[in-house]
Write a protein that binds this ligand. Structure first.
Ligand SMILES: [Ca+2]
Length: 528
């Protein structure tokens, strides 16, 4: 508002004075009229300033990034999982039931959400996208929404895993924390408490006794249930740090962005025993998609390499044979314990926000960076362009907006940048591939919504519409096209591409719009 007032003064005052000078030689009546006019203008100026005065303060933004969280939450209809705090947020805001990430791997998915852009090169699919861009010294992507908020007067604080590395700094596993940052222009403060693990990467793969997967050379289990307090695993420390920062931020006369990045339920599936105790393992259901889907080439899936890198697991995952039901249940139990552990940490942060009275003026976003196969299609992990790995939670609460809304429209994580800018009344600094979903916060069943989301990996491009998932791979293995009808086949068990060339003919022009040409360029090695 200061800028508008300044503009007013610059434009009006010289004009007034110029006339005043020219009227010095005129009659006292004219002088009186001029004085009255000046008084009027002065009062008009005050009124205008008041009228343009913004609400007490701009919205703050609290953004919770959760690693590898698929929509296994109560507010997404999962009746087994205990997630009371995130569910409560769902009742205060909008739950987006069909939100899809653009890339099913941590770093690339986060690069996409942070810039509001689809991947355009092979680098954009890499987990190390931030590091590669930095090394190549090229700015191939526009600024992050955090940087844009910062440039527009926000005080920005990140805690934990927001971009890709667990503390925002670039360095390799088992190395000391690096000096360079993944997002060098985004943060006023980038923080992490590594505790007994010493560095962010060690903490990320950490066990309760202070060891970590990399130090153990993979001689570790993919899960742990130590009977310890929340702070004996890294996310408990992250929640405490977020609470401490919120207290400081509440004392500042400046809107803030606080990003908090929790690690679980990423592997290793470690959580305090009390969260495991919330579940009866025997009641945890098995996947509705236990086999490789019909008419699907195994090249669309993978051999669960990341999961199998925890060498002390009781069984190895493979496409040739599913894990035993008992072990699959144990692993799902571990994943759910991790979700409940995170939910409790998120709840602590929400409570502090409320205690400080900041909830009335703070937008809250909870987002998972991609989905995860819990044995679905015989895969344990991410890195596929199936519904299992691409669908993740998105919950947005905006003070004063409708509450307890469930929205089924198709949205993409690239839509979040323009959404936040609209809510914070800040211009997009570049043309985004996404679109603001603020209209859906007002009218969740909005007609004429462009129901399409694109995702990329494994040499393929997958498109989700309200009814279908259509995927086309650039590869020699057949079939290279997959079509799933989500009305008849919500778990993607049957590829019906061959049966429905008519549907594909209809979908293909829309699919082509999502082909950014990224596979025309040389590739990088991707994880699986
Ligand atoms: Ca992830």
């Amino acid at each position: 508002m200061k800028k508008v007032t300044d503009l007013f003064l610059r434009e009006v005052q010289p004009y007034t004075f110029r006339n005043f000078d020219s009227m010095q030689k005129t009659s006292p009546v004219s002088l009186l009229l001029l004085l009255l006019a000046t008084l009027f203008l002065s009062s008009y100026k005050t009124n205008l300033t008041n009228a343009l005065k913004p609400p007490k303060q701009k919205y703050n933004v609290l953004f919770i990034f959760v690693d590898d969280l698929r929509p296994d939450l109560g507010c997404y209809g999962n009746k087994i999982v205990h997630s009371p705090n995130i569910d409560k947020l769902g009742k205060q805001g909008t739950v987006f039931k069909n939100q899809f990430v653009t890339v099913p791997t941590c770093g690339a998915s986060r690069a996409s959400i942070l810039t509001g852009m689809l991947p355009r090169t092979a680098t954009d699919l890499s987990n190390d996208v931030f590091e590669i861009r930095k090394a190549e010294n090229i700015k191939t992507s526009p600024e992050s929404f955090v940087e844009n908020l910062k440039r527009n007067g926000y005080y920005t604080v990140g805690i934990g895993k927001i971009s890709h590395s667990p503390d925002g700094h670039i360095y390799k596993y088992l190395q000391p924390k690096g000096k360079e940052m993944e997002l060098p222009n985004s943060w006023n403060e980038m923080l992490f408490e590594p505790g007994k693990w010493g560095t962010g990467w060690n903490a990320f793969f950490g066990y309760a006794n202070g060891t970590n997967r990399n130090e153990l050379k993979g001689e570790a289990k993919p899960y742990e249930a130590a009977d310890v307090e929340d702070e004996s695993y890294p996310d408990g420390l992250t929640a405490n740090l977020a609470i401490k920062k919120l207290k400081e931020l509440s004392a500042k006369d400046q809107p803030f962005f606080l990003g908090v990045g929790f690690f679980k339920p990423h592997l290793p599936l470690n959580a305090p025993k009390k969260y495991w105790d919330l579940y009866d393992e025997s009641k945890i259901p098995m996947t509705p998609s236990p086999d490789i889907p019909n008419n699907v080439n195994p090249a669309s899936l993978h051999a669960s390499g990341e999961f199998n890198s925890y060498k002390l697991g009781e069984e190895k995952a493979a496409l040739s044979k599913p894990l035993s039901d008992a072990y699959a249940r144990k692993l799902k139990h571990a994943y759910y314990a991790g979700v409940s552990y995170i939910d409790a940490q998120v709840g602590k942060v929400f409570n502090e926000l409320k205690q400080l009275g900041l909830d009335k003026n703070t937008i809250i976003v909870v987002w998972g960076d991609h989905g995860w196969h819990l044995g679905d299609d015989r895969v344990w992990g991410k890195h596929t362009i199936t519904e299992w790995a691409l669908r993740s939670p998105l919950i947005i609460k905006v003070p004063g907006k409708k509450q307890g809304i469930s929205c089924d429209k198709i949205v993409s994580s690239i839509d979040i940048y323009p959404t936040l800018m609209e809510l914070c009344n800040i211009k997009m600094p570049h043309e985004t591939d996404g679109k603001s979903i603020v209209p859906l916060l007002n009218t969740p069943q909005k007609n004429n919504w462009n129901n399409v989301a694109y995702s990329y990996y494994r040499n393929g491009i997958s498109m989700r519409t309200q009814q279908y998932r259509f995927t086309k791979y650039f590869r020699k293995e057949e079939p290279a096209e997959e079509l799933y009808d989500h009305i008849k086949d919500p778990y993607e068990n049957n590829n019906t591409a061959e049966k429905h060339p008519d549907v594909i003919k209809r979908l293909l022009p829309v699919w082509k719009k999502g082909n950014t040409g990224l596979y025309n360029k040389p590739g990088v090695k991707l994880d699986d």
